[in-house]
Design a protein around this ligand. Sequence first.
Ligand SMILES: Cc1cc2nc3c(=O)[nH]c(=O)nc-3n(C[C@H](O)[C@H](O)[C@H](O)COP(=O)(O)OP(=O)(O)OC[C@H]3O[C@@H](n4cnc5c(N)ncnc54)[C@H](O)[C@@H]3O)c2cc1C
Ligand code: FES
Length: 421
Amino acid sequence: MTGYLDYIGYAVALLAATYAALSLLFMARRNQLEQVFARERSDAFQKRVSIELDQAQQVRDHQQRTWDGYRKFEVAEVVDEALDVRSVYMRPRDSKPLPPFKAGQHLAFKFNVPGQEKPVIRCYSLSDGPTDTARYRISVKRQGPPPNNPDVPPGVGSNYVHSLKPGDLLDVRAPGGSFFLPPESEHPIVLLAGGVGLTPMLSMLNYVIDNGQKRETWLFFGIRNKSEHMFADHLRHVMAEHENVTIVNVYGRPSDDCVEGHDYQATGYVSADLLKEMLPSANYDFYMCGPPPMMSSMFEGLTEWGVPESRIHFEAFGPASVKKTAPPPPAGDTPAEGIEVVFARSSKTVTWKGDNQSLLELAEEHGVALSFGCRAGSCGECATAVKEGKVRYLTEPGFTPETGSCLACCSVPDGRIAIDA
Ligand SMILES: Cc1cc2nc3c(=O)[nH]c(=O)nc-3n(C[C@H](O)[C@H](O)[C@H](O)COP(=O)(O)OP(=O)(O)OC[C@H]3O[C@@H](n4cnc5c(N)ncnc54)[C@H](O)[C@@H]3O)c2cc1C
Ligand code: FES
């Protein structure tokens, strides 16, 4: 009987000892985990604090370095990139640091072109990433007369840019525009460029690699052939050095000296069919800039493929060729007899009949002089005070006019309106 009781006693003691040991182990593990969690929580907290401090610093830097109106810049260097495409590097004449910009944004210039009555206002995208705070780069294609109208004068602004030499002075507005790669996102992206529309895409691509981002990045670049292949060596180098980047050069008309696989990867056009063939899915943010036919067909092709409009971003180098759905104003909102527009300074009252005709086009139709530059909502040159009523924008402008003003090139009246023109 005693032996039996002893046995039970041992068993109980063993169980108690095991329980105590397990409790100790459990407590030790819990302490260990708590320490890990506390460390991680504190790391995450510190990371968040450091991101927020960085962002606050960036905002402060931006406020300190940016400027209103035009600032004098000096041409530092000019470099030929391809047939009729030239890069201009420029630094501020006051040598103060430049504000950081967002990859994809542009500059507006006021050129004093000999022989032109008025200053010529033009926009050019920043063609490099935003890391250099001492100088900016733009890359400009020289515009000749249109092939179907060879007797008209060549492009004023682009030819002036091609005449610039180091030391020449330029009047430049601070970087702006709503077409940019959001710095906080690392979602995979597809960049679609046609011709000189590469410039904002190159800025985005350089931003991705300069910041060591590992996001999947594709660039589809459409040009005629090797002669138009700007930044070819740089792009080849980027592709070789960064496994998250794939570049597909698409040549429309390869010449005999173009080598498939080396110079270009596909022939034809940058099209939705090509994307469907090469991309594993449609789950990307798409950014595009190119000639109007490319933009409108890509936009259509991508939406048909199921890409939501909110994931398609584009920049027009001239009047908008792509209109997202539900552009204001909805057709039914315009009364059959039209909307009254008063050009107050010219003492003219006219009727706006809809059809998305901008206030600038309406003014021109009725002989009212309104200043303009880009006709694309980017330069601010057409800003006009609204004395009565309000406007709606056909596309989101890249330039924010002062309160009480509108950009006449891309807005339409939202009911009866009087503007200072
Ligand atoms: C946000 C933004 C960013 C841009 N970024 C870039 C960029 O990075 N690189 C770039 O190269 N461009 C860029 N552009 C385009 C640029 O702003 C200019 O529109 C482009 O350089 C042409 O301007 P231009 O003064 O040379 O031509 P314009 O003088 O405006 O002439 C345009 C065309 O019209 C023709 N023309 C002249 N007179 C007539 C007439 N009577 N009848 C018919 N045709 C006529 C000209 O021969 C020319 O082909 C950008 C535009 C915007 C809005
Ligand atoms: S003309 Fe440039 S914003 Fe209207």
